[in-house]
Design a protein around this ligand. Structure first.
Ligand SMILES: [Zn+2]
Length: 139
């Protein structure tokens, strides 16, 4: 399950709405309790969506941004607990592409933005190579 600070959710929604009609993405940082499968997100870190051609339905993260986020997290004693991205004018369900790039032990928040406004959001985790909606509790 995912525990996430209210302010972090607010920030993700804000980024998703500001980025509309393009897909935005970023990292969720915090801590992971592997034993109990609980991820805690205390802050978010937006990175640029490198896919300019199909930026409305696909996201790509520059490896350099990965390193930048890892360095930042290290310095603050945080871990990367997940990745969030938006689905402009599409439901908050993961796509086949999302599944292809997903990794275990991570949370994937998807925000559905319709006409520039957040409609809904959910968090997903991998289970047996498929996405399963995960329980979210706000901090
Ligand atoms: Zn997606």
């Amino acid at each position: 399950m995912l525990k996430i600070k209210k302010e972090a959710v607010k920030e993700i929604k804000k980024q998703a709405e500001e980025g509309y009609p393009y897909e935005i993405c970023g990292f969720m940082l915090g801590n992971i309790d592997f034993e109990n499968n609980v991820r805690e997100c205390t802050e978010v870190f937006q990175v640029e969506n490198q896919n300019k051609e199909r930026a409305n339905d696909r996201f790509e993260i520059d490896p350099k941004d990965y390193l930048k986020v890892e360095k930042y997290a290290d310095e603050k004693g945080l871990m990367i607990v997940g990745i969030y991205h938006s689905h402009p004018d599409h439901p908050d369900r993961p796509s086949q592409t999302d599944l292809m790039f997903a990794q275990p032990d991570m949370s994937y928040i998807i925000v559905s933005v319709e006409k520039g406004k957040t409609k809904s959001w959910r968090s997903w985790e991998l289970e047996e190579k498929n996405f399963k909606e995960e329980k979210v509790s706000l901090l």
